[in-house]
Design a protein around this ligand. Sequence first.
Ligand SMILES: Cc1cc2nc3c(=O)[nH]c(=O)nc-3n(C[C@H](O)[C@H](O)[C@H](O)COP(=O)(O)OP(=O)(O)OC[C@H]3O[C@@H](n4cnc5c(N)ncnc54)[C@H](O)[C@@H]3O)c2cc1C
Length: 375
Amino acid sequence: MKKHFPFIIVGGGIVGSTAAYYLTRSGYPVILFDKEVGQASRAAAGIICPWFSKRRNKKWYYLVSQGAEFYRQFIQDLTDDGFDASSLFKETGTLILRKNEKDLRRDLENADLKRKQSPSIGQLSTLSNEAIHNLFPLINSPWSASLIQGGGRVDGQSLVALLHKAIQTKGGKVVKKDVQLLKEGKSFLIKSDQTSFTADQVLLAAGPAVKDLLRPLGFDCNLRPQKGQLFSIYQQQWADNNWPVIMSPGGIDILPFDNGEIIIGASHEDDQANDLSINPMVIKELKIKAQQIFPDIFKYPLHRVKVGTRAFTDNGDVLIGPISTFSNLWTISGLGSSGLTSGPYLAYQWVNKMIKNSWEIPVEIISSYPLIHKI
Ligand SMILES: Cc1cc2nc3c(=O)[nH]c(=O)nc-3n(C[C@H](O)[C@H](O)[C@H](O)COP(=O)(O)OP(=O)(O)OC[C@H]3O[C@@H](n4cnc5c(N)ncnc54)[C@H](O)[C@@H]3O)c2cc1C
């Protein structure tokens, strides 16, 4: 049996779900397939504060800074549609711990330079380690910090669940199934169980699995999986403290949520392929690193552990664009460690491209061709 849909999206993480949401919001029928395995969006920490990274990739910076601005509109759109997302994304402020004065000064200068393009940065101030402890009493940092007022965090798991609800309420379909791409003449089919689908437009937003999906069509792509593990601790008395997010120089991030849960992570494991098992040694290493700024960390029982797989390209570019000559088969993947920040923006832009034939992403960022090649 063959069915036809105007839009099919494969992958129901932040990218696929946001794209399906904006399509249904504009009245287009869409079916979203998601096998719900390894999803990075559900496992992510959720920091939305890209402006002061030391990374020098300009394409990356464009996408994450636009992504951080777009969150405000995104959450407002959901709220306007009757889906209360206000507690899922919060500007808590972000403390970036800095080991030296030079970095603190550079943050202040950068804030002035970048605020015009990125007004969401808000105010930036420098806090001593004593002031940090007063603001967030569980933290005893050996270093000072830059406090970025507009930095914040998002609950990726709840946001994806809310998007799935919104898609279905607006008439879209969310199907929790694995699909495959198959070749049919010069075109392709999407297959789930015994049913084959064709579509006017297909978006592959399947994280690192885009590589496996494309192989039967005769393409290989430059995508690799990276395992990420993080853990959380929980105390009821920590609820509603409005503590800021902490980013430390050792790569440990600490994210307090309103319900009293504090998420701490994350690992970056390049040699684990798509393994999703919890490794207690990795969790212990994360705790030891966190102890440097959170001295009592070992006193609290483990609340939960999350494991997900990030998708990376070798040069750090996001994979976005049509697949070779298939103008109706697009992919968005390779969002790396910052896809909760850039994902909604990329998905929204793709929807604009599909339904209005216009988007604001500069042409040099559309990089599917060098990253995907015929086998
Ligand atoms: C531990 C960790 C911490 C992170 N922290 C942050 C952070 O603080 N800030 C930030 O901005 N980003 C963070 N990230 C990165 C971010 O989570 C990812 O870049 C982003 O979520 C990727 O979204 P996506 O929609 O492209 O992919 P995913 O969320 O991985 O979704 C892809 C979906 O496709 C599905 N799928 C795959 N193959 C098929 C198939 N054949 N059929 C059907 N479905 C399929 C998968 O099951 C999955 O559900 C973190 C990631 C991890 C793992």
